[in-house]
Design a binder for this molecule. Structure first.
Ligand SMILES: *Cc1c(COP(=O)(O)O)cnc(C)c1O
Length: 396
């Protein structure tokens, strides 16, 4: 943040000047396809790259400009570009920085659509995409080639929960950049919401957020953001944003703005409940491992302790390998308070079984993985629900 207020206060108070004579807290929803100009000279003098004026609906209105400024401040960045989904934000980074002949590194446990996009870029767009071990740390240096332009990171991987050593990866990339290579580190910071992990302070160049999750908090908006500190880098990404034609609906931008004052309170509540449920699961004989970064048996736990200040609601467990896929599927089906769904960060608890062995190379262990998103229900009710479903599992 640019001042010394705590993050919670900054989420409530921010610079916004309401219209004269209409003092109110909400930022208005300014919708427009076209922006009209006073005269031709005014039209010619405006440049969409400079955020001091408005040029066209796709390039933003006062509503989206306010959201972008707020998101940049939350992450400790300077510039922000909005995209119609978290995945669109990922593709903005890839299309902004990569061209045929370039090399792209993606962690092997990354959000699967990010990996799918990487595979497509390799198949049809002449980019060599390689998947690396997320726990590689400073070993990434040996993988960086002269044509490597972009290293994605995700902290932690949102299914296996392995926590990468982001500062070590950034150090290796910075060294290459110091010797003249055009290469950047992008971070998918969705798990930590920009609250529990400060990407720029740990050396990343680009922070990407799926605002769909904690920022909105309502399970009713899809939106993404790409945040940078460097003006030139923001400009490169802005060119992709402009050329592809990414735009967001201003009603959706408003919904995200509406979620921000409560985001940290919600995040902290998700965090406390998730740790309570995860601690209880750890005592259960049906569960072989609890993959929650705050727990010792989570790969990268020491890195999480060093670099993170919280956790949120998402974690996974690995069932004892005496249980079949059919049995763990039935466990998920028999939960009453957990819905089966992918997009977390809202008030409702969710649960999804994953075939992690097919997703992640060298995944050790045979037990089936189930991911929980702990919502805002009373955690004791969630535990009682899981306990019942575990009972059914043993009888099955
Ligand atoms: C949900 C999610 C995304 C993509 O967000 P969408 O808005 O659903 O496209 C990207 N990364 C992570 C880690 C996510 O959880």
């Amino acid at each position: 943040m640019s001042d010394s207020k705590s993050i919670q206060t900054s989420l409530v108070h921010f610079d916004y000047t309401p219209p004269e004579g209409f003092g109110a807290f909400p930022v208005p929803v300014h919708r427009a396809s076209t922006v009209v100009f006073k005269n031709v000279e005014a039209m010619r003098s405006r440049d969409w790259r400079e955020k001091n004026s408005y040029t066209y609906g796709l390039h933003g209105t006062p509503t989206s400009f306010t959201l972008e400024a707020r998101l940049a401040a939350i992450e400790g960045g300077e510039h922000c570009l909005l995209a119609p989904s978290g995945l669109a934000a990922i593709s903005m980074v890839n299309f902004g920085l990569l061209k045929a002949g370039d090399d792209l590194l993606i962690p092997d446990n990354a959000y699967n659509p990010n990996r799918e996009l990487g595979r497509w870029l390799a198949e049809d767009y002449g980019i060599s995409t390689r998947f690396y071990d997320p726990l590689i740390g400073e070993g990434i240096a040996a993988l960086i080639q002269p044509n490597t332009r972009l290293v994605w990171t995700e902290a932690p991987g949102s299914v296996t929960m392995e926590v990468p050593d982001i500062p070590a990866i950034c150090k290796a990339v910075r060294e290459r950049r110091a010797s003249g290579q055009d290469i950047h580190v992008a971070l998918d910071n969705t798990w930590a919401a920009g609250l529990a992990f400060r990407g720029f302070e740990h050396g990343v160049d680009i922070v990407m957020q799926a605002l769909t999750k904690y920022h909105s908090g309502g399970s009713d908006v899809l939106m993404g953001a790409v945040i940078t500190r460097d003006k030139e880098l923001n400009h490169r990404l802005g060119m992709a944003h402009m050329r592809i034609g990414f735009g967001v609906g201003m009603d959706d931008a408003y919904l995200v703005l509406r979620g921000l004052p409560t985001m940290k309170l919600r995040f902290d509540a998700h965090d406390a409940s998730a740790r309570k449920v995860a601690s209880w699961l750890k005592t259960r004989p049906e569960i072989a491992r609890v993959l929650h970064p705050a727990f010792e048996d989570c790969p990268g736990h020491a890195t999480w302790t060093r670099d993170f200040t919280g956790a949120g609601g998402l974690f996974s467990v690995v069932f004892d390998d005496r249980f079949s896929q059919g049995q763990t599927d039935r466990f998920v089906d028999s939960l009453k308070l957990f819905s089966i769904g992918f997009s977390w960060g809202g008030a409702h608890s969710l649960c999804v079984p994953y075939h992690v062995q097919g997703m992640r190379k060298n995944w050790s262990g045979k037990g089936h993985l189930v991911r929980f998103n702990i919502g805002l229900e009373d955690p004791d009710d969630l535990i009682a629900d899981i306990e019942k479903a575990l009972g059914a599992l043993s009888q099955a």
